[in-house]
Each structure stands twice: as C-alpha cells, then as structure tokens.
Write a protein that binds this ligand. Structure first.
Ligand code: GLU
Length: 435
C-alpha cells in the first residue's frame, strides 16, 4: 500500500484518468490508520486488494438499430462482515482503479457503522446523457443480465451512484427478478437498494446522503459552537447529494452563497434558493447561467468566503491550489475521495477541518441497509422513522469518530478508518481464513 499519485497543481485542468491512481490514494489513507491500529500484516494484505474484479464487455442495440459495445465493471472488495454493497456508476471516465478505490471505501463505510455489509462498486463506462431513456433501459438490463449471479440479495447488492437513479435500480431489480426462480421473484427484490418508492424503495433513501451530511454538520457545529442559522456554505455539484444537502441545510437557516457543476459556477452573497435552482437544473442539466446569481470562474468559486464547503461532485477536485484558496472553516466530503493527500496537509496547516467521505456521505448506505431490511421483512417504514433512525446512527458514529480522534490525537479521516479497521481486524482474528 503506497501512494505513487501526485496531485496536479490545479486539480480541474486534467481529466480523471490523468489525476493519479485513485486506488493508490485510497490505500495510502488506510495505511496511515493501519499503523495506528497495529493492523496484522495478514489483514493488511487481504484489504490491500479486492476479492473480485469483474470486467464485462457487452453489446446494446441503439435506437438507430446499430449495435454498440460497452464496458461494465463490478469490483467486490470485501465481504467479511456481510454481502458486498455499493453503487453502480454510469460515467464516461469509469475505470477499474476508480472502482477498486470506491469499492474499498464501501467496505469501510459499512464497517464504520457496524452494518452487516461489505464493500463493492461497479458501473458502466458511458456518458448517460448521450443515451435515450430506451437505450439506458436496454443497457441496464443487458448489463444486469451479464452480471448474472455475481449480484444477489445475500451476495452483492447494487445501489445508485453518479449517473444512475431509482429508475435504473428498478430496471436492475426487474431484470434480476425475471431470471430468478418464479416463486422467489418477490423475495429477491432486495437485490438492489435505492429503488423508487413504488417498486420497493424506502422513504427517505433519495435524500439520505444529503441528510446524513447535514446530521454530521450539525454535530460538528455543536463542537465548533457555530449556529447553523445564518452561517454560509458552498456546494460543488448539484446532483442528488448536493441539491438535497443544499435544501436541507437551507431549512436549518444556513445560506447557500455559491455552487457549480460541469457547466459552470455561480455565486450570490445574499443566498441562492435551492428549490428553484433544482427546478432550473432539471430543465437545463446544469446550474450555470441561473438568473439571480453572478457567473464566476472555478477559481473564484474555490475562493468564496463561507463557513462550510461541501464537495459533492466527483473525486479529486481539491488539489493543492484549491486547498490554498478555500476560505472556509470546515469541509464536509459529500463526494467520495474529493481531496488529494497533498491538499489535505495544506488544509491541516491552515486549520480547516475535514469530515471525511467515509463518514460524511455514509447516510446513503445506511438508508440502503434500512431499505434492504424493510424488503426482507416485508415492511414499509414511515419517513419520520427512517429519518430518526438515520439521525441516531449518524450522530452516534460521528461522536465515536470524534472521540477516537481526540483521544488518539488523530485527524477525523484517520480516526474513521481506525474504527472500521478495528472491527474488521477483530472479525478476522476470530474467524481466521478457510481452510
Ligand atoms: N453510492 C453510494 C455511496 O457511495 C451508496 C451506496 C449504497 O447505498 O449501497 O455510498
């Protein structure tokens, strides 16, 4: 486990594949915590690589009648504590090393919360905005069929991620159900989570990652003695995570002063209305050129004065340059892996605290677990019940991480991994390996 990746000065100038090996970065983060824990070499060796890495090349018929080949992935990092669990991403830069990193982060998210899941991640290398709805459906069904028994309700359970949503999950579920034995059809609906409400999804799942972030921010604000009512924040990325987060934080009195995505960046020191922004985004596909806000550059966005900055776009957006220009008190990582290690040390020097991805954005997988449980028990929980249960888990896990960080003098990221690694180590040392 060693990091060979170097951050470009300005993270955005390069495409994802030029930004270094994400899996090396993920492993370096774990390595630091493994030293604190005194992780046994044999457990380090197991966690240093995924158990299974699957690449599937499959054809899809396009609307014009042509056939096109696509590359699909599913990486299964670890299933010691329960079935592999994690999202399916549709993105034109999806690649194996990225999937490996994302899958490993899922292992640590589940272990951190002590939920009975392991870690996995997958997806298809495609720009979903170039597909018609019918093409997206055919691609999803063909990919799911090609995955066959590599997914399953007690084996590997996909969920939404970048470029996928509840509808994509419902197509996956339906495809899997239709090849499952006739009498098992309904029993297997928990093969995916993040489904729409009508097709077996849980109330509160689509807002869950954003709400989980808010619960973490509330805990942090108590410690920092900051009143969320009237504090300012910026969000990079206004997709499912960013838009829900902005809405929920605004309801608590915080003011959204800047946001942006692949289309461009905007700012308004008087505050942006997340509800209207979301409606605008649904029409145009970007927040850029939203009326009632000033257009700004990416550099200006990272220099905006605010209390809290929430990266909620893709990985590796905060390089050394961004870390130097940020003018916030705290960063809550809505995205997975948004911060380069070099940037992290600059933030530390500057006294900017980071609530790490594995903790901050774990509300999604927590409510996925609730959905899986509801399906298994043929239950439907009310929205308030889901929110209350999520609140309890996020705040108690946040407190455990904070306590570990304080007692052992660690940053929050390392403390997060320490808790997860200790759980995994205990289980490995009791169970050993077979035979
Ligand atoms: N894709 C989400 C994540 O990165 C959710 C995973 C899940 O619900 O299984 O955490």
């Amino acid at each position: 486990m060693s990091s060979t990746s170097k951050a470009p000065k300005n993270a955005k100038k390069s495409s994802l594949k030029d930004r270094g090996n994400l899996f090396d970065i993920a492993m370096a983060q774990v390595e630091k915590a493994a030293d604190v824990v005194g992780l046994a070499p044999k457990v380090r060796a197991i966690l240093a690589q995924p158990k299974n890495e699957l690449i599937i090349n499959f054809p899809v018929q396009m609307d014009d009648g042509s056939w096109k080949m696509f590359k699909g992935y599913r990486v299964q990092h670890n299933n010691l504590l329960g079935p592999y669990k994690g999202g399916m991403r549709y993105h034109h830069e999806a690649n194996l090393d990225e999937m490996k990193a994302l899958a490993s982060w899922m292992t640590y998210k589940s272990a951190l919360h002590d939920i009975p899941f392991g870690g996995g991640k997958g997806g298809v290398r495609v720009n979903p905005s170039t597909l018609s709805a019918r093409e997206k459906e055919r691609l999803t069904r063909r990919f799911t069929h090609a995955l066959g028994d590599n997914i399953g309700p007690e084996w590997d359970i996909p969920a939404p991620d970048v470029g996928t949503d509840g509808q994509v999950m419902v197509w996956m579920m339906d495809t899997y159900m239709n090849v499952a034995g006739y009498s098992d059809k309904n029993a297997v609906r928990r093969v995916v989570t993040g489904k729409t409400i009508h097709s077996g999804g849980s109330h509160g799942r689509s807002e869950a990652t954003g709400l989980g972030l808010v619960y973490c921010i509330e805990e942090w604000a108590k410690d920092a003695e900051l009143d969320l009512d009237g504090c300012t924040f910026t969000v990079q990325g206004f997709g499912n995570v960013g838009s829900h987060l902005a809405n929920l934080l605004t309801k608590r009195g915080a003011v959204l002063v800047g946001t942006g995505d692949h289309g461009g960046y905007i700012a308004n020191p008087e505050g942006l209305n997340p509800h209207k922004l979301r409606q605008y985004m649904a029409k145009t596909g970007t927040v850029a050129k939203y009326q009632g806000a000033k257009e700004i550059s990416r550099e200006e966005f990272f220099g905006l004065e605010c209390d809290i900055f929430i990266p909620a776009a893709l990985e590796l957006e905060i390089g050394p340059d961004e870390a130097k220009s940020l003018k916030c008190k705290m960063i809550a990582e809505g995205a997975n892996g948004p911060t380069y290690p070099e940037a992290e040390s600059i933030l530390k020097e500057r006294g900017i605290e980071v609530i790490p991805d594995v903790l901050a954005n774990s509300g999604g997988v927590v409510v996925s677990y609730f959905e899986w449980l509801q399906n298994k028990r043929s239950e439907r929980w009310e929205l308030e019940e889901v929110r209350e249960k999520l609140h309890r888990r996020m705040s108690s896990t946040y407190r455990a991480v904070r306590q570990c960080a304080t007692q052992r003098k660690l940053d929050m990221r390392t403390a997060t991994y320490v808790i997860a690694l200790e759980r995994l180590q205990h289980s490995y040392s009791e169970r050993g390996i077979f035979p």
